[in-house]
Design a protein around this ligand. Structure first.
Ligand code: AMP
Length: 500
C-alpha cells in the first residue's frame, strides 16, 4: 500500500481485516447489518457514483434522512476519493440553493425528486431504493480504494449558521483520521462497545465524532433515525455508550423511566455541541449515577478537548486538550493570557480544517500568523490545564465599559429552581451602550416564577453590572438542530427592550 492509500480515511473507518460476519449496525427496523453486507452496499453505491462520472475531488451532495444507506453512501464517497457534502434534510429550497451554488456538487442525492438549482439530482430513499442505483452498475463487486493524501478533502460541512451566511468548512482525510483516533483512544472504544446513535448525520457530531469513532474502533451502533426520548430511554439497557447534546439529556431526564437500573450497561455518556449546564450534569448524576463526560469541538476543528475517561469530570469544564493539539488562550493585544484569564481560544494541530470553501481571504482572517485557528470561543485555562468555555466572543456583552460573559450569568440563572434554561444577551441601551437581558425558559409547573425575585437572587452572587436589567420568560428558547440557542434571533426579538 502506498503512502497515499493510507491517507484515505476510508481504510481507517472500514478496515479490511475485520470479519465479514461482524455485526456493525442495528437499523430502525430491527435488522442487524454485518460488515460484509455493508461492504456490498458501499461498493454498489460507489459503482453508481462512478457510473455518474464522479471523480476524486468532486462533491457529492446528500440531502437525505439518516439511514444505514446514507452512512454507506458517505463511506462510498470517501472510498472513491470524492467529497461528502451533507445537507440538513430540513433545509428549505432557498437554503439548499445557497449551499449548492457555493459548493457546486456534481450530483445531489435526495430522498425524492426535487426542484433544485445548480445540481443534477439522483434519488435514494432510506431503504436504498431510487434512481441512484436503479440501473445497477456494470462495475465488478469490488470498487478500488482511490488513494488520497491526508491533506485532501474528505467533506465540506456548512457551519451551523446560527449567525451570518453559511460557510463551507473543508475537512480533510487527515482531520477525520485524527478525530476518530484521538476519541477512540481517549474513550477506550472497542469491539465490546455499542453506541446508541441518536444524532443527525449532517453534522460533525453525529458523523465524525459518533459514527466514525465507532467504525474505526470496531464498535457497534444502534441507529435511531429521529430522537424520541421515550423510545431512546427504553433502548439504554442495550448499549454501552450514549453520545448526546445537552437538550437530549434534558429531554431524557424529563422521563421518569430514566433510572440507574436502565443505565446499568452504559459505561459512557458524552455531551458536546453546546454548553452542558452544571445543573443538568448534577441532576443526571443524581438520577443515573453517571457523570456525563463533556467534550468540546467545532465543525472547523472536529474535536479539541475532552474530560477524562478515568479522572474527574468537572461540571462546567470541557476538560483537557487532546494529544497532539496545541491550545492557547490569546488576548486581543496578541499576548497569551495568564492562567484563568478569559480571552479567545486558539488551536493548532491535525484536527484543524483546511479553510472555508471559496473563501481564501475569510480563511486567512481566521488564523493567527503562527497558524493557530481562532475559534471565536472565549475561554480560560486553569492551573491544571482544564479548559472552561465562557461563551462566543461575539456574545460578549460590554455594558458601561464592563465585560460580561453570558455563560457566567446563565449558570447563576440556571440554578434557580423554576428555570429550565436561560440565554443572556446584550441589547442596545441608551446609557450603557449595551444592557444585559436575560431570556428564560421555565420548568413545567413554574407558573409562579417571579422575575424580580430571580434578579435579587442573582444580585447576591454576581457583581452589579452582570445582573440582567430585564428578564423575559419565553415558552421555549429558539434552538438549531443541535440544540444550540440561537442568540442572534433573541437579539433581534429583544432589540428594542431598552428603547425610550
Ligand atoms: P458547531 O460548529 O456547530 O459544532 O459549533 C461549534 C461551537 O459550539 C463551538 O465553537 C462552541 O461555541 C460550541 N460548543 C461545542 N461544544 C461545546 C461545549 N462542550 N461547551 C460549550 N460550547 C460548546
Amino acid at each position: 500500500m502506498s503512502q497515499n492509500d493510507q491517507g484515505n480515511v476510508f481504510r481507517r473507518l472500514f478496515p479490511d481485516e475485520r470479519e465479514d460476519c461482524a455485526p456493525v449496525i442495528l437499523d430502525d427496523a430491527g435488522r442487524w447489518w454485518n460488515r460484509g453486507e455493508l461492504e456490498t452496499v458501499i461498493n454498489r453505491l460507489a459503482g453508481a457514483l462512478l457510473d455518474r462520472g464522479i471523480e476524486a475531488g468532486d462533491r457529492v451532495g446528500a440531502k437525505i434522512e439518516k439511514s444505514v444507506y446514507a452512512l454507506c453512501l458517505y463511506l462510498a464517497t470517501l472510498k472513491i476519493g470524492a467529497v461528502w457534502l451533507p445537507i440538513n434534510p430540513g433545509y428549505t429550497k432557498a437554503e439548499v440553493n445557497v449551499l449548492l451554488s457555493d459548493a457546486q456538487p456534481k450530483v445531489l442525492i435526495v430522498a425524492k425528486p426535487e426542484d433544485v438549482e445548480g445540481a443534477t439530482c439522483a434519488t435514494m430513499a432510506s431503504d436504498g431504493s431510487g434512481s441512484l442505483t436503479a440501473s445497477g452498475t456494470s462495475r465488478g463487486c469490488d470498487i478500488c480504494l482511490v488513494p488520497r493524501g491526508s491533506g485532501d478533502l474528505a467533506a465540506i460541512l456548512y457551519t451551523s449558521g446560527t449567525t451570518g451566511s453559511p460557510k463551507g468548512a473543508m475537512i480533510t482525510h487527515g482531520n477525520l483520521g485524527y478525530c476518530a483516533n484521538a476519541l477512540g483512544h481517549a474513550w477506550k472504544v472497542s469491539a465490546e462497545d455499542t453506541l446508541l446513535h441518536v444524532l443527525p448525520m449532517f453534522h460533525a457530531h453525529g458523523l465524525f465524532i459518533a459514527a466514525n469513532t465507532m467504525l474505526a474502533f470496531g464498535g457497534r451502533m444502534l441507529f435511531v433515525a429521529k430522537f424520541d426520548a421515550k423510545q431512546v430511554v427504553e433502548l439504554l439497557p442495550n448499549v454501552t455508550i450514549f453520545m448526546g447534546v445537552p437538550t437530549l439529556y434534558a429531554r431524557m431526564l424529563a422521563r421518569e423511566r430514566l433510572t440507574r437500573e436502565l443505565c446499568r450497561n452504559i459505561r459512557l455518556f458524552t455531551s458536546g455541541s453546546a454548553p452542558l449546564s452544571s445543573e443538568l450534569f448534577k441532576e443526571f448524576h443524581l438520577r443515573t449515577g453517571h457523570s456525563i463526560l463533556e467534550r468540546y469541538g467545532m465543525t472547523e476543528t472536529t474535536i479539541i478537548a475532552s474530560n477524562p475517561l478515568a479522572g474527574e469530570r468537572v461540571p462546567g469544564s470541557v476538560g483537557f486538550a487532546l494529544p497532539g493539539l496545541t491550545v492557547r488562550v490569546l488576548r486581543s493585544d496578541g499576548h497569551i493570557a495568564a492562567v484563568d484569564e478569559v480571552a479567545e481560544l486558539i488551536v493548532k494541530g491535525p484536527n484543524v480544517f483546511a479553510g472555508y470553501w471559496n473563501l481564501p481571504e475569510r480563511t486567512a482572517e481566521e488564523f493567527t500568523p503562527e497558524g493557530y485557528f481562532m475559534t471565536r470561543d472565549l475561554a480560560r485555562i486553569d492551573g491544571h490545564g482544564r479548559i472552561w468555555i465562557v461563551g462566543r466572543s461575539k456574545d460578549l456583552i460590554i455594558t458601561g465599559g464592563y465585560n460580561v460573559y453570558p455563560r457566567e450569568v446563565e449558570n447563576s440563572l440556571n440554578e434557580i429552581v423554576e428555570v429550565r434554561d436561560s440565554a443572556v444577551i446584550g441589547v442596545p441601551h441608551p446609557d450603557f451602550g449595551e444592557g444585559v437581558v436575560a431570556v428564560v425558559e421555565l420548568n413545567e409547573a413554574s407558573a409562579s416564577f417571579d422575575g424580580e425575585s430571580a434578579l435579587r437572587i442573582l444580585a447576591t452572587s454576581l457583581a452589579k453590572h452582570k445582573v440582567p436589567k430585564l428578564i423575559f420568560v419565553v415558552p421555549s428558547l429558539p434552538r438549531n438542530a443541535m440544540g444550540k440557542v440561537q442568540k442572534g434571533e433573541l437579539r433581534k426579538s429583544f432589540a428594542n427592550a431598552f428603547a425610550c
